[in-house]
Design a protein around this ligand. Structure first.
Ligand code: ATP
Length: 251
């Protein structure tokens, strides 16, 4: 099967003064269509580095990255954004605060296409958005003409998620996207995420510090430590895993 993303012996070495540090250490990984992979690991394990390497925000020191079989190692984040979208931990990151919800949606429509300064409103996109936003019921559908800076964190994260997925990406990167929300909102956004991923059939990677979410969601689980992938568990192995087993891996 053709992998959506393939990393081949990917390493990133950074220099801190005279010291060199390997922050991604010879990682080889294939992400297949419809994979929903959860990623866990302690602070500094290399999870965000992995995302930055995939999105093109951080260059590999050695190794290769292929997207749909094509070598994209030297391609910019803009080129890769045709294939990849990302939702960040900080609700402020995914949207432009002074622009309204509607204007932000128009930007989402342009993702991956040649960017223009003209921001056009798309009726179809707006209708799709409204249907989904209404179903969530957190009032976002009432705020189409409000600047996104005035939305609650939960509303902004729903908007970021919908913006990242209204135009189906080849790969969705979820970077601890529920971590800054209160427990109830976090739960709502997590079940919305799972629902969107399933109904739109979106291949996804999700970093989380919530072990129960890592076990509950997705079909595959990666554990990272010291810049390496130390476990790559399939669904069956994942279901056998208990929280205690997890904590043992981290020890
Ligand atoms: N651009 C960079 N330049 C130098 N060091 C970096 C860079 N990016 C990350 N690092 C370092 O690489 C290591 C891995 O960081 P990374 O952010 O990938 O960890 P993480 O697993 O996402 O951690 P956390 O759970 O705390 O977010 C850390 O020691 C970090 O300081």
């Amino acid at each position: 099967m053709q992998a959506i993303i393939e990393l081949k012996n990917a390493s990133v070495i950074v220099e801190n003064g005279s010291e060199k540090k390997t922050i991604l250490d010879d990682v080889s990984l294939k992400i297949f269509p419809l994979d929903f992979i959860t990623i866990v690991g302690g602070n500094g394990a290399g999870k965000s580095t992995l995302f930055n390497v995939i999105s093109g925000n951080l260059s590999l020191t050695t190794g290769e990255i292929l997207i749909l079989g094509k070598n994209m190692t030297k391609k910019s984040p803009q080129v890769r954004s045709k294939f990849i979208s990302r939702v960040f931990q900080d609700p402020k990151m995914g949207t432009a605060p002074r622009m309204t919800v509607e204007e932000n949606l128009s930007i989402a429509k342009l993702r991956g296409k040649k960017r223009t300064l003209k921001i056009t409103s798309s009726k179809e996109l707006q209708e799709r958005f409204l249907t989904k936003a209404k179903a969530i019921g957190n009032g976002l559908d009432q705020r189409l003409n409000s600047p996104t800076g005035t939305l609650s964190g939960g509303q902004r994260q729903v908007l970021s998620l919908l913006m990242a997925t209204l135009q189906k990406p080849e790969l969705l990167l979820l970077d601890e996207h529920t971590a800054a929300l209160d427990p109830k909102t976090s739960k709502t956004i997590m079940s919305l995420t799972d629902d969107v991923i399933k109904t739109e059939k979106i291949t996804s990677l999700m970093i989380t510090h919530q072990m129960d979410d890592a076990l509950k969601f997705g079909n595959r689980l990666l554990v990272m430590k010291n810049g390496k992938i130390v476990r790559d568990l399939n669904s069956e192995e994942k279901t056998k895993m208990k929280l205690e087993d997890f904590y043992r891996i981290f020890e």
